[in-house]
Design a protein around this ligand. Structure first.
Ligand code: TLP
Length: 353
């Protein structure tokens, strides 16, 4: 019954595997993946590489591990990495870029998540005794902290031209790249063809329990394979992780449109509520971020009030809340969430009077 149900809008990482995925796990053909002998892993990696239009792919345990290994595989210690100031690598990966990869992150601010090629050019420091050598440019697509915004294929192309002119690699944290492809109704290769390599996640809106894939040239992936081992990420019968990944790539992508429709519905509903500010132009995929400046309470307190109403969300800042739609969130859950936010807003406005 919906009334007692928790509506979990914290993240698309909370999605559970489908029945078909559980069946695929049960029947997966297995082997030792450190010896590259797990047939199911090999199938998934081949499929991922084909989908992305690259030579090879590597299954790793998480998006964070995928980003760390990619940073290391693309660079050498002591180099400079240009990335967007709100990027996941910079904010949410425990500083692994410096702590483990030994790199200097160089954050560049943007209004919507897409690096401006002119700013990238400016950030590529001249060869000078004082500066570390730049090695890599990172983009994030869709952009999480900017609200699931899309970096378009044309924008990627323009950034890649700057990167390649200066002999730098371009890497894409494509944790949610299929959301971008579905939203723009283009093949995912349109987003991947201008980057040297990328990662994408199976465990977010594609509903797998575990896993991300690195994709790029054979050489990049072979270096990554060794780095994965250094980091303790060499897995054995990893076919049990790969099997649902194959189901995800074959069956779970088209349904992302539903999540986008629900996010839009949620955003439009929230936009009508007193005390809340939302930039609807940012709601391009399955993430909805909004500010609660007019409610007179912190985002933390707002989230706890939501929880009392059976709705879970995350804070992004003192005054900012994030909600994410995914499989399991239906239109009726969206309507219930809007109603709950409206109720909280009305109660707060009454208290203020
Ligand atoms: N993002 C999670 C949290 O860490 C915030 C979420 O709920 O959105 N890149 C991007 C763009 C991501 O959004 C995430 C996860 C990652 C990398 C890391 O993936 P995991 O959680 O698998 O390490």
């Amino acid at each position: 019954m919906l009334a007692k149900e928790i509506i979990d809008l914290r993240s698309d990482t909370v999605t559970l595997p489908t029945e078909e995925m559980l069946e695929a796990i049960r029947h997966a053909e297995l082997g030792d993946d450190v010896f590259e002998e797990d047939p199911t892993v090999n199938r998934l990696e081949k499929l991922a590489a084909e989908r992305m239009g690259k030579e090879a792919a590597l299954l790793v345990t998480s998006g964070t591990q995928a980003n760390l290994i990619s940073l290391m595989s693309n660079t050498k210690r002591g180099r400079l990495v240009i990335l967007e100031a709100e990027s996941h690598i910079y904010w949410y990966e425990v500083g692994g870029i410096s702590m483990i990869a030994g790199l200097l992150p160089w954050p560049v601010k943007t209004p919507l998540g897409a690096l401006d090629p002119k700013d990238v050019e400016a950030a590529i420091q001249p060869q000078n005794i004082h500066f570390p050598e730049p090695a890599l440019i990172c983009i994030e697509n869709t952009h999480n902290r900017h609200g699931g915004t899309i970096i378009s294929p044309d924008q990627i192309k323009a950034i890649s031209e700057v990167a390649h002119t200066h002999g730098l690699k371009l890497y894409m944290d494509g944790a949610r790249i299929f959301n971008a492809a579905i939203a723009l109704k283009v093949d995912v290769k349109e987003f991947t063809k201008h980057v040297d390599n990328l990662m994408f996640c199976l465990s977010k809106s594609l509903c797998c329990p575990v896993g991300s894939l690195l994709v790029g040239t054979r050489e990049f992936v072979e270096r990554a394979r060794k780095l994965r081992k250094v980091l303790g990420g060499g897995m054995r019968q990893a076919g049990i992780i790969a099997a649902p990944g194959i189901v995800a790539l074959e069956r779970m992508i088209d349904r992302l449109e539903e999540d986008h429709r629900n996010a839009r519905l949620l955003a439009e509903g929230i936009a009508k509520i007193d005390g809340i500010q939302i930039d609807l132009s940012r709601v391009q995929t399955n993430i909805v971020c909004f500010e609660i400046n007019g409610l007179g309470i912190s985002a933390e307190l707002f989230i706890s009030k939501l929880k009392e109403n059976g709705i879970l969300a995350l804070t992004l800042a003192e005054n900012k809340v994030r909600m994410v739609t995914h499989r399991g969130i239906e239109e009726e859950h969206v309507k219930k969430s809007i109603a709950a936010i409206e109720k909280i807003s009305n109660e707060l406005h009454l208290e203020l009077k």
